[in-house]
Design a binder for this molecule. Sequence first.
Ligand code: PXP
Length: 237
Amino acid sequence: MTKLSVNINKVATLRNARGGNVPNVLKVAKDCEKFGADGITVHPRPDERHIRYQDVREICPVISTEFNIEGYPSKDFIDLVLETKPHQVTLVPDPPDVLTSNAGWDTIKFKDLLKEVISEFKSANIRTSIFIETDLKKIEVAPETGTDRVELYTEAYASGYHQKRAEVVKPYVESAQLAHELGLGINAGHDLNLDNLAYFKQALPYLDEVSIGHALIADALYLGLENTIQLYKRALQ
Ligand code: PXP
């Protein structure tokens, strides 16, 4: 089974546009679970333009499925994760002002940094994942960081899907195969949507979890949140 973790950052972006508390991010997180999500993902950024640190503190205790916090391991981020103790932390090499995650880790260059941060999270019993591209050399080094999982950055798959899906999915299949042989779990995310998700799931062996935000929240405007979550779940069957 591949779990669907719903990234609710866009809900917070909508709320922040007006101040106030509409839509209510905490309620949306709980409703996503009620409607069938297997987990909730948040990605607090240093300027708190989407999810705020306080949101993370409030959401964590009410989640009964899996809570995943993504982000760059700054001191504030590490402290927040250690304070809230989610089920999983996904480390992303984002510079603070980036619009959205746009690259995976260079596990060779940043091995020592990752090792240090991951060991801190592991001693707090938090599962770790690192965002990574389909570069086999970088995946080969991933176990040396101590990470439990890798999250494959799916932007390249999503952008090539309509023209040449069999070709663009191949590096992901090879990466998943290698990661599995190395004893790592496999997550995936970025630009996955209702068009490209089912093919990705069918092609990819050992896919533990996908985390999806932008397209899912946009689909919910037309289809409703409950219906949308059910459609994404169906694409993963
Ligand atoms: N995974 C990571 C590491 C991300 O940074 C994001 C975007 O915040 C996602 C998954 C979800 O991407 P999308 O919003 O395109 O579904």
